[in-house]
Design a protein around this ligand. Structure first.
Ligand code: GDP
Length: 442
């Protein structure tokens, strides 16, 4: 799970403040020392940490906060706002050409996930009703063209390739082709190398002057921490970047690159890669990421994910039911079935506020096999029982356990989890409201 190390440490540092009625300057400074350490351990750039902690401290020891009734929560609010600002404040979108096609050049080092991400991005735009074209200009890595064709086929986007021809020539032909075929977004997969070198930069510069892209996106591997930041700096100096796609955030427990890139290079993160599957690409929202880092959950992304994998009408219905607390076991079953499409269980659960994924995993609660069991149990219930679980007495439980090939304890466990889930959803909607009002509670 992304950021779990950082989240735990920040929460521990800030929790000490939330228990207090009044805060002294010393309390704040002590907490900030821990925040600083947590960020440095997360491999956030040293200068960035220094600036950030200074800003937070200045605001936190201000009159207003010290005298407020909930000073601890005010400090958390400040940390949240400063983390958001650090990552760019608001969402940065891809520059779209006034006259299509929009040309996007994907650049990056080998292994960063460039080819996969080109496919993910094409799939993302296609889902939005666009008509993308992928272009294979990584002619050096022998498998790259084939790989792009495979991902293109999976997301249903055609791939323009001309074998090992000069990449500049390929890109020019691809643009002609895109215009003729009314493709409105052209995504060019360029050559990568293991390290930045002159030859690579020369080629990318030539490509840039020929195709005049509307957007140059660097694909960088989050797991390489400060190396990713340095790569972004070099590419930006040599080529000029419009933004960054940070991949492999699912495996990044520290978060140093995500928190430093914008501050160090001035270039925003536009998307994040959160897994190997082609749907594992999310637009980057600094505010949501800050909430996730602070362990306050990311309800909005969760709802968007649900909307992407469930059909629109169902998602709206679900949202309404959750809000109005009319969620039944029937919906729960439906959700379990949809859940499988949304990604790994721990990733999804991790987006809920206040849920400790590590604890849940250790208790075996995130075992995918349990999902299959839960599905069987609910399927053995009558529609009436699904709508109104309170009627499930001992003899009904026995019948359900028999029917689903499980035990009465399994049935009890499921009913208990459902009850907890319902309670959690109740909290979610109140937290959401609190977040909107700018008040948080751990
Ligand atoms: P390229 O050399 O930069 O074109 O990199 P590839 O697209 O071949 O990706 C390298 C590896 O990283 C592949 O195994 C991908 O499946 C994997 N990968 C790419 N993006 C992500 C991501 O967001 N999360 C995870 N876990 N793996 C990723």
């Amino acid at each position: 799970m992304a950021f779990e190390g950082l989240t735990g440490k920040l929460q521990a540092a800030l929790k000490k403040l939330t228990g207090k009625g009044k805060l002294s300057e010393k309390d704040v400074k002590e907490a900030m020392r821990e925040v600083r350490l947590a960020l440095l351990e997360a491999d956030v750039n040293f200068v960035v940490v220094k600036d950030l902690v200074k800003k937070i401290t200045e605001r936190a020891v201000g009159q207003e906060i010290m005298q407020s009734l909930t000073p601890g929560q005010q400090v958390i609010k400040i940390v949240n706002e400063e983390l958001t600002a650090l990552m760019g404040g608001t969402q940065s979108k891809v520059n779209m050409a006034p006259n299509p096609p929009t040309v996007i050049m994907m650049v990056g080092l080998q292994g960063s996930g460039k080819t996969t991400t080109a496919g993910k991005l094409a799939g993302y735009f296609k889902k939005q009703g666009k008509n993308p074209l992928l272009v294979a200009c990584d002619i050096y890595r022998p498998a790259a063209i084939k790989q792009l064709q495979v991902v293109g086929q999976k997301v249903g986007v055609p791939v323009f390739e001309r074998g090992q021809k000069d990449p500049v020539q390929i890109a020019s032909e691809a643009l002609e082709f895109a215009k003729k075929e009314q493709r409105d977004i052209v995504i060019i997969d360029t050559a990568g190398r293991l390290h930045i070198n002159e030859e690579l930069m020369e080629e990318l510069s030539r490509l840039k002057s020929q195709v005049k892209p509307h957007e140059i996106l660097l694909v960088a591997d989050a797991m390489t921490g400060q190396d990713a930041v340095n790569v972004a700096k070099s590419f930006d100096e040599r080529l000029g970047l419009d933004g960054v796609i940070l991949t492999k955030l699912d495996g990044d427990t520290r978060g140093g690159a995500a928190l430093s890139i914008k501050a160090v290079t001035g270039k925003p993160i536009k998307f994040i890669g959160t897994g190997e599957k082609l749907e594992d690409l999310e637009p980057f929202h600094p505010d949501r990421m800050a909430s996730r880092i602070l362990g306050m959950g990311d309800i909005l992304t969760l709802i968007e994910k649900a909307q992407a994998s469930i059909d629109e009408k169902k998602a709206q219905e679900l949202e309404r039911k959750l809000r109005e607390q009319q969620f039944t076991l029937e919906d729960f079953l439906d959700q379990l079935q949809q859940l499988k499409k949304m990604g790994s269980l721990s990733d999804i659960i991790g987006m809920l506020p206040g849920v400790d994924v590590q604890k849940l995993s250790a208790a075996g609660a995130l075992n995918e096999k349990e999902l299959v069991k839960a599905e069987a149990i609910i399927q053995s219930m009558t529609p009436e029982e699904r709508r109104n679980p309170s009627i499930i007495n001992a003899s009904r439980k026995r019948r359900i356990a028999m029917g689903s090939g499980t035990t009465i304890q399994d049935v009890n466990r499921l009913l208990k989890s459902f009850e907890q889930f319902r309670k959690m959803m109740k909290q979610v909607s109140s937290i959401e409201k609190a977040v909107k009002r700018g008040r948080f509670r751990f």
